[in-house]
Design a protein around this ligand. Structure first.
Ligand code: ADP
Length: 482
C-alpha cells in the first residue's frame, strides 16, 4: 500500500475539460518492482480526446487573453503546490515507475522548476519593432500562442516530461491535452489535480489516460483544432506522428531517442570521469534518453578506467525503489529486459566480456544486474542502438579524430559527454560533436535554465531556457502604413 499524506492525489479518473471522469473501461497500473496493482485507471478513447480538444479550443482564447502576469500567478501557485506535495508525488512516481525514491523526488523538483521558470517567462513573451522598409511603413512583430497542443509523454519521466511541456505551453497562452504513457498515468493525474487547485481554468490542461495511444495520436494529428503536437518518446513513434501530421502541416516538437557517447581522454580526471559515467549511465537504471549508451576510453587509460568503473558499478545496490540505499530499481517491462539481454548476448558473441554483472538479478522480475562490458567494438548492436538499461559498454580508441568520427557515426544527436582537461581539445570536441547537448567534464546536464533537445533524428525543438517558449508561440508580422 502506498502511504501518502494526501491520499486524494492517487487518482484513477480521467481529467477532461476540468472534470474528473470515471469510465467503465479501465486498465491496471502496476508497480514494476512488486507487480502490485496500484490503480485501475479510466481508459479514454479517441472520442474523449476530441471532446477535450473542443473544450480546450474554447477555453484557450480566454486564457491567451489574460496578461502574462495573470497566467504567471497561477503557474507559480502550481509550482508552490508541487513543492509542498513533492514527497507524495515522488512516492506515486516510484510506485508506478520503479525508480529509487530520491531520484523520483529529484524528478518532481526538476519538473516543478520548469513551471517556476516558465511562470517567470510568461511575462516576457516580447515582440519587436523593425525600422520600416519604406518611409510610410512601420513594422511590428508580435508573438502569439500557437493554440491547442496535444502532448504525448513516456513512462521514464512520468512527471517531468509533462511539466516540461505544460509549463511553456501554458505560460505562452496555449491549452494542452496530455496523453501520458499507459504505464505511468498516476503522476500525470496528480500533477493535473494540483494544477486545478492552483487555479488553472477548466479545459486548459486535460489528462487522458489511455491504452489506445495510436487512436489518440491520430486524433491529435487529424483534428484541425490541435495546432501542435509535442511528443517525447521513441524515434519510431516520432516518425509516425510526423507522417500523420503532414496533411495538416502540424507543428511538432519531438524529443526522441539518443545514442549518447561518453568519451574519456587520457588527460581526464579519472575519478571524476567514473563518477560522471555512473551518473549518466545508471541514473533511472539507464532508462533516460540522455543516458550514456557508449563509453569510449583512450588506450593508455583503458585498463585503469575500466577497473575503477567496474568497482563502482559492482557497488550499486539493486532493489525496490522505496528501499533505503537502492541505486538501481527494476526495468519498466519484460520487453526492456529482453533488449538488455539481447544486447549483452550479441556483444559477448562477438568478443566482448562482462566484467561485472551481465545477467538478470537474483531478485527476479525485471531487476537486472548493472553491467560493464569490455572489449566492445563497433560491429556490436550496442554501438548503434539505444539499450535503455543498466549496461555500460566500453570501447577503446587511440586518437581524437578517430573517437570523434565514431561518436558522430549515428543517426541520433541528443546528448554527448567527454572528459578532458586540455582547453583546445575541449573547444574542438564541443564544436565537433554533432549533438544538441554536450556535457564537458560532467555527466549531468538537464536543467530548466538550458535548452534541452536534439539534432539529426533525435528530434525537433527545445525544452527549457528562454528558447523553450518559442516552441509554443508564432511570430506575427504587422505592417502599418501611416
Ligand atoms: P517507449 O519505448 O519509451 O515506450 P514510445 O514511443 O513507444 O516509447 O512511447 C512514448 C509515448 O508514445 C507513450 O505515451 C505511448 O503510449 C505513445 N505512443 C506509442 N505509440 C503511439 C502511436 N502510434 N501514436 C501516438 N502515440 C503513441
Amino acid at each position: 500500500m502506498l502511504h501518502l499524506s494526501r491520499a486524494d492525489l492517487l487518482i484513477d479518473d480521467a481529467f477532461i475539460a476540468g472534470e474528473w471522469i470515471s469510465l467503465s473501461n479501465r486498465f491496471a497500473v502496476t508497480n514494476p518492482s512488486t507487480g502490485e496493482v496500484l490503480a485501475d485507471v479510466a481508459d479514454c478513447t479517441r472520442e474523449h480526446a476530441r471532446h477535450a480538444i473542443d473544450v480546450a479550443a474554447a477555453a484557450q482564447k480566454e486564457w491567451a487573453a489574460r496578461t502574462g502576469k495573470e497566467r504567471a500567478d497561477i503557474l507559480r501557485r502550481w509550482f508552490d503546490l508541487l513543492i509542498a506535495h513533492a514527497d507524495d508525488l515522488a512516492a506515486i512516481l516510484t510506485a508506478e515507475m520503479g525508480k529509487p525514491l530520491p531520484e523520483a523526488k529529484g524528478e518532481v523538483l526538476y519538473g516543478a522548476n520548469f513551471i517556476e521558470w516558465f511562470a517567470e517567462e510568461a511575462k516576457r513573451v516580447y515582440g519587436e519593432t523593425i525600422p520600416g522598409h519604406q518611409r510610410d511603413k512601420r513594422i511590428m512583430v508580435i508573438r502569439q500562442p500557437v493554440g491547442v497542443v496535444g502532448a504525448i509523454t513516456p513512462w521514464n519521466f512520468p512527471n517531468a516530461m509533462i511539466a516540461r511541456k505544460a509549463a511553456p505551453a501554458l505560460a505562452a497562452g496555449c491549452a494542452m491535452v496530455v496523453k501520458p504513457a499507459a504505464e505511468t498515468p498516476l503522476s500525470a493525474l496528480a500533477l493535473a489535480k494540483l494544477g486545478q487547485e492552483a487555479g488553472l481554468p477548466s479545459g486548459i490542461l486535460s489528462v487522458l489516460p489511455a491504452t489506445d495511444s495510436a487512436g489518440i495520436g491520430l486524433e491529435f494529428s487529424e483534428n484541425p483544432s490541435v495546432r501542435k503536437i509535442s511528443f517525447t518518446g521513441s524515434t519510431n513513434v516520432g516518425r509516425i506522428l510526423m507522417r500523420q501530421g503532414a496533411d495538416q502541416i502540424k507543428k511538432l516538437s519531438l524529443e526522441l531517442g539518443g545514442n549518447a557517447p561518453f568519451i574519456v581522454f587520457d588527460d581526464a580526471d579519472l575519478d571524476a570521469a567514473v563518477e560522471g559515467a555512473i551518473l549518466s549511465k545508471f541514473r533511472n537504471a539507464g532508462q533516460t534518453c540522455v543516458c550514456t549508451n557508449r563509453i569510449y576510453v583512450q588506450d593508455t587509460i583503458y585498463e585503469a578506467f575500466i577497473d575503477r568503473l567496474a568497482a563502482a558499478v559492482g557497488a550499486l545496490s539493486v532493489g525496490d525503489g522505496f528501499a533505503e540505499g537502492t541505486a538501481i530499481g527494476p526495468l519498466i517491462s519484460d520487453t526492456a529486459m529482453d533488449k538488455v539481454c539481447h544486447h549483452i548476448a550479441d556483444a559477448v558473441s562477438k568478443g566482448a566480456k562482462a566484467i561485472t554483472g551481465g545477467n538478470p538479478h537474483a531478485l527476479g522480475g525485471t531487476f537486472f544486474q548493472p553491467t560493464v562490458l569490455r572489449d566492445v567494438t563497433t560491429d556490436m548492436m550496442v554501438a548503434r542502438e539505444e539499450t535503455f538499461g543498466p549496461l555500460a559498454p566500453v570501447f577503446r580508441f587511440s586518437t581524437e579524430e578517430e573517437v570523434l568520427a565514431a561518436a558522430n557515426d549515428t543517426e541520433f544527436g541528443l546528448a554527448s559527454y567527454f572528459y578532458s582537461r586540455d582547453l583546445s581539445r575541449i573547444w574542438r570536441m564541443m564544436e565537433g560533436l554533432e549533438y544538441g547537448m554536450v556535457g564537458v567534464n560532467t555527466g549531468l546536464i538537464s536543467t530548466e535554465v538550458a535548452p534541452f533537445g536534439g539534432i539529426k533524428q533525435s528530434g525537433l525543438g527545445r525544452e527549457g531556457s528562454r528558447h523553450g517558449i518559442e516552441d509554443y508561440v508564432e511570430l506575427k508580422y504587422c505592417c502599418l502604413s501611416v
